[in-house]
Ligand binder design. Structure first.
Ligand code: TRP
Length: 497
């Protein structure tokens, strides 16, 4: 028997708080339930719909979900029993065709997790697909309109241009704002190199804008422990980098009276550690294995680390800021590769009596060589560093920025450039604030009126100015100032009842 509407509604309730049939890791229970559907469940049941699309995106990997293969499933939600028997299985396509489709899907799938970002095409990651796979929501016009209405400001160009493209629960945060209540911001950085590159600034630039328009406190976690566990680096070195990187972050312009930055290595203890323990007790090895791909040979520090990245989402971790309140909601701006940490956090939060953090996700910042990978600080020529001189910027852009222009001037004039693969144009979308000029460039470049050299010249000018200004501000960030940002203390904000 196919699933009835009543059963679908019960399942929808189940998926409101559970990512998967059995909680927050995939299992064979998802596979068998998935196979019961003739087609995608109706969109009005959006939790069920989201779960279905997410499971669908695994393709043939569904058969490899952990747990014993099963031929029946009984789920009870809100007193409604959903029974699934294997012999009801519906063949959606002939088996041959399914295999073929799944094979193709595997070869063309982008890889995105906290440690790997690799697109299958030079246009970059397919972000629409990621939204389906991760089960998040698109930042759409309706959300942007709400931002505008509530802040009285034009939304930041990162939001308008889809650079921050996906969210979880942003409407809940805006409802609070509408009711005159407060939330706090949380973001972080794994300090792994002396010199940060321009891509690293993206979440921080967004966060600063959010802090300014909503006038809310901000917490920044420096995960020196994470970098030590994952990279071949000395612990002392990772710890020092946390303080060096903090200078670049402070130089973005965060209001000291509303911002607390901490190094995991130096800060963890007290209420924060109590919350880490609570998370650790409620997440099993099987679950983190499913989410992060750990296995028996992963060091045990890695296995427990997700609890440490989860805990700053809970206001009770910072009693000196929130006076012990455990219900102040959190909004996390981050790149989409960090989402697995927060899927885990959102799953465990209600079981600990905490609120789920809301999120907004950014796309990646492309490497100079092209959008199939993100900019990486370990490849010097793939990045524009915050320490680069004007001349280095000019040379790197001219020499390495992948061009969507044509081989000869004649051909370019005739056929025009391709903005979709042109890295300099992509960078302009990140950093050129003037919408009008950006659109003009897009038209002139695609029509062949503008040449690659001219496009690059505009980008170079913008990057040179931006980085020179950053360097100026960073110079004034002394060790003493860093200490002040990193001192546990009350922040300037009041909680309205
Ligand atoms: N894991 C992140 C990194 O390697 C650092 C981080 C910690 C973070 N907490 C965060 C990033 C919250 C975004 C939001 O860079």
């Amino acid at each position: 028997m196919p699933i009835t509407r009543e059963e679908e509604e019960a399942l929808n309730d189940h998926f409101l708080i559970n990512s998967y049939v059995e909680g927050f890791a995939t299992s064979q229970a998802d596979t068998i339930l998935f196979d019961q559907f003739r087609s995608t469940p109706n969109q009005d049941l959006h939790n069920l719909h989201r779960w279905y699309k997410h499971i669908d995106s695994f393709g043939s990997d569904r058969s490899k979900f952990p747990g014993p293969k099963r031929n029946s499933l009984i789920l009870s939600v809100n007193k409604i029993k959903v029974t699934v028997m294997m012999n009801n299985k519906i063949e959606k396509d002939g088996p041959k065709q399914v295999e073929q489709q799944q094979l193709e899907q595997q070869l063309t799938e982008d890889i995105v997790d906290p440690w790997n970002v690799q697109a299958s095409s030079n246009k970059g990651i397919d972000y629409d697909k990621l939204i389906d796979r991760f089960g998040s929501s698109r930042i759409d016009d309706a959300l942007l309109e709400r931002f505008e209405k509530l802040t009285g400001q034009n939304p930041h160009h990162f939001l308008r241009r889809g650079i921050f493209f996906s969210h979880r629960d942003m409407h809940r945060i805006l409802n609070l704002v509408e009711a005159g209540k407060k939330f706090f911001l949380y973001t972080g950085r794994g300090p792994s190199s002396d010199s940060m590159h321009v891509g690293h600034l993206i979440p921080f630039i967004m966060t600063k804008w959010l802090q300014d328009v909503f006038d809310v406190p901000l917490i920044i976690q420096m995960t020196d422990d994470e970098k030590y566990l994952w990279k071949d680096l000395k612990l002392e070195h990772c710890n020092n980098l946390a303080y060096e990187n903090a200078k670049d972050i402070i130089a973005v312009g965060f209001d000291m009276s509303k911002t607390f930055i901490f190094s995991d290595v130096d800060f963890i203890g007290g209420e924060f550690y109590k919350n880490v323990l609570k998370v650790q007790k409620h997440v099993t090895f099987n679950q983190v294995k499913g989410i992060f791909g750990f296995d028996e040979s992963s060091n045990i520090g890695k296995i427990m680390f997700p609890a440490i990245q989860a805990v700053p989402s809970f206001s009770s971790s910072f009693p000196f800021i929130f006076g012990g309140k455990k219900d102040i909601p959190c909004l996390i701006p981050c790149a989409i590769d960090q989402d697995p940490y927060f899927r885990m956090t959102r799953d465990v939060a209600p079981r600990l009596g905490f609120q789920k953090p809301a999120l907004i996700h950014s796309t990646f910042f492309p490497a100079l060589q092209g959008a199939s990978s993100k900019m990486s600080a370990s490849d010097e020529n793939s990045s524009i560093f915050l320490t680069d001189t004007a001349n280095q910027i000019k040379k790197k852009v001219n020499k390495y920025a992948f061009s969507g222009g044509k081989d000869t001037v004649e051909e370019h004039r005739e056929k025009g450039g391709d903005c979709e693969v042109d890295v300099s144009f992509m960078y302009l979308r990140f950093f050129m604030e003037d919408d009008g000029r950006l659109e003009e460039i897009r038209q002139q470049y695609s029509s062949g009126q503008m040449l690659t050299g001219e496009l690059k010249a505009e980008l170079i000018q913008i990057l040179q100015k931006m980085i020179a200004e950053h360097q100026e501000r960073r110079k004034s960030v002394t060790d003493e100032i860093v200490k002040q940002y990193m001192m546990p203390r009350a922040l300037n904000f009041t909680i309205k009842k």
